[in-house]
Design a protein around this ligand. Sequence first.
Ligand code: XMP
Ligand code: MG
Length: 178
Amino acid sequence: MHKDVKEILFTDNQIIERCKELGAQISKDYKSKDKLVFIGLLKGSIPFLAELSKYIDLEVEFDYMDVSSYEGTESTGNVLVKKDLEGDIKGKNLLLIEDILDTGKTLYTVKAMLLEKGAASVTIVTMLNKQERREYPINAEYIGFEIPNVFVIGYGLDYDEKYRNLPYVGILKEEVYM
Ligand code: XMP
Ligand code: MG
């Protein structure tokens, strides 16, 4: 275990098993829908998106967006689009993939933006959900795991751009950010 990790919450294997379940569920629910696009929110969603997509038995396209509203360990400021989608999403069924749903500000704003641009539907898939932190009226249709109000790193999640490569989700030691 990395020296800055206090506790491992979900191992590589647990995440893989959960991705298999979510992938099967999504494949079943979306069987009769076409024009499916997975939208990955950079950078945190990438490991989860890569794992989950192996178990999606559907014809699907991929596109990526980079937005930010987060600095340090508190959600602050406005949502800024740093990299926009490449494809036209008009009339498409979007699955918005995120690492973690926290206050909800990012996904609430991005979902509204995508619907405004003409998406037929926007469904949220998040690896982690911190329900008790929610401030915006938004929920995910598909959730990997529920977590309490702790700061987590690994499997895409960072602190100061570090730890994204850890093969598990763990709690960051307080002394690292205090
Ligand atoms: P909101 O508040 O918009 O935040 O739902 C979502 C974004 O905040 C970041 N975030 C975290 N990043 N460990 C992290 O590494 C955490 O515990 C954490 N909580 C929120 C994350 O970038 C997410 O996209
Ligand atoms: Mg993020």
